[in-house]
Write a protein that binds this ligand. Structure first.
Ligand code: SF4
Ligand code: SF4
Length: 284
């Protein structure tokens, strides 16, 4: 990873934040409240975004040439939170990275048509390129200097790991930067080279890497999530696993929960309740 000092300097600590939630926070939160109508949340099968594999908000996709920080602070995302409050990563600040949904994802994703990105018209999505990886490396080095006791990156607010090379880049970063911790989800199916590399990354960095696999039904293999499209009320658990506590009001955000990356919970599937658009349509 090369340090591009000029670009880091450009990212003054007053920060230009890529994804703005202020002012729209309540409306956005309401827009993504869990609900049970998968049909209403799905794009029509003939929607171009489904056919070509892209976001329905193409004007939000940015290249690495664009000015702005790539990793955005969790304080800008009410679902994440600013700093971990519990568990082994307590005290670490949270950042997140947003890629383009569908363009970086397997077409086998069970939520291809109902992707939660369909509601995120404000999110700034980064196009993956060699330059983006270079700039991300710069920022990780800068974050290491800023947070010598560790920091967390959520991979990814939108999107997935687009290639084996991209997974290899993150493995290298975890090896070079013990301060770096990552958590997130991938829809790549069992046995795919990307899924296998992610499993190896979790195994190689058991304190730093917690990438869970999104499956239609939990299989008992560990590191799993699934999405249900039915009402679960205030239940802590359903047959598929443990409901994400931030979705049923038992905690406020990932920073106050930490289940997804707690080493004692890797065998417990996390269950997300479907959320997204409430009325079917062809989209933008
Ligand atoms: S993998 Fe995630 S981001 Fe990609 S299409 Fe599926 S739900 Fe959306
Ligand atoms: S289970 Fe906890 S850590 Fe995982 S997504 Fe939900 S709030 Fe975040």
């Amino acid at each position: 990873m090369n340090l591009h000092a000029a670009r880091i300097h450009q990212h003054s600590p007053g920060f230009h934040m890529g994804t703005r939630f202020e002012g729209d926070r309540l409306r956005r939160f309401a827009a993504v409240r869990p609900h049970a109508d998968r049909g209403a949340a799905a794009l029509r099968a003939d929607h171009p975004a489904l056919q070509t594999g892209r976001t329905i908000f193409p004007s939000t996709v940015r290249t690495a040439d664009d000015a702005g920080r790539i990793f955005v602070g969790g304080h800008n995302n009410p679902k994440l939170g600013a700093r971990v409050q519990v568990g082994p990563w307590r005290g670490m600040p949270i950042y997140h990275l947003t890629l383009e949904e569908r363009a970086t994802c397997p077409r086998s994703c069970h939520e291809w048509a109902t992707c939660y990105g369909n509601t995120m018209h404000l999110a700034k999505r980064w196009r993956v390129s060699r330059d983006l990886l270079t700039f991300m490396g710069d920022e990780l080095l800068w974050l290491r200097g800023k947070h010598p006791h560790g920091f967390v990156i959520r991979l990814h607010t939108l999107g997935d790991f687009p290639s084996p090379r991209y997974v290899g880049w993150w493995s290298m970063a975890l090896r070079l930067l013990p301060e770096l911790h990552v958590f997130g989800y991938s829809a790549w199916p069992d046995g795919h080279p990307i899924q296998q590399m992610l499993e190896r990354m979790n195994a190689l960095f058991p304190q730093q890497s917690f990438i869970r696999f999104s499956r239609r039904q939990p299989s008992g293999q560990g590191f799993e999530t699934t999405t249900i499209w039915r009402r679960a009320g205030a239940a802590k658990r359903v047959p598929e696993g443990m409901i994400c506590p931030a979705q049923n009001g038992r905690t406020s955000c990932c920073a106050t929960c930490g289940f997804c990356w707690h080493p004692a919970l890797t065998q417990v599937p996390i269950v997300f309740m479907g959320h997204g658009r409430r009325s079917r349509g062809s989209g933008p």
